[in-house]
Ligand binder design. Sequence first.
Ligand SMILES: Nc1ccn([C@@H]2O[C@H](COP(=O)(O)O)[C@@H](O)[C@H]2O)c(=O)n1
Ligand SMILES: C[C@@]1(CO)OP(=O)(O)OP(=O)(O)OC[C@H]1O
Length: 159
Amino acid sequence: MKIRVGFGFDVHRLVEGRELWLGGIRLEHELGLLGHSDADVLIHAICDALLGAANMRDIGYHFPDTAGEFKNIDSKILLARTVDLIAEKGWRVGNIDATVCAERPKLKARIPEMQEVLAHVMGVEADDVSIKATTTEKLGFTGREEGISAYATVLIEKD
Ligand SMILES: Nc1ccn([C@@H]2O[C@H](COP(=O)(O)O)[C@@H](O)[C@H]2O)c(=O)n1
Ligand SMILES: C[C@@]1(CO)OP(=O)(O)OP(=O)(O)OC[C@H]1O
């Protein structure tokens, strides 16, 4: 069996008047993430990690933020399409390990739900999807609650 690793990183700005979507679920919060899509920064980091592992460029290459078809799109659709793209080269998802940097809201209670939702989209077990959260101790743009960032590491495999 052949294996590869990949890494992804993304940032979106927090603004008023947008829903907050993270890890494929909607969170109650007074601010939401701004983007061309639903701006699910965790899913975008995972997509970039998967594409990187397969050496298939990045999310904006496949799903440009200038294309009307992706305006306000549910990022779970982009994740499913990313899994299909790497599958065209024979790759399947092994496991994911991701970290979300956000001062607020607290994510810990909702993480099992995110794991279930993302695992279902990627066709893996929830146990294969690790999601962690951290503040940045009020430092930097995440600490000032100007945005949320996410990092993801993935392993992909093929026979
Ligand atoms: N948005 C967040 C941030 C953190 N958590 C949880 O709190 C723990 C402590 O965070 P520190 O940044 O102070 O180390 C962290 O390990 C997470 O379990 C969270 O749920 N949501
Ligand atoms: C997802 C896409 C496409 O809707 O738009 P955004 O939501 O702005 O997100 P970004 O992380 O900038 O990545 C790539 C995009 O092309």
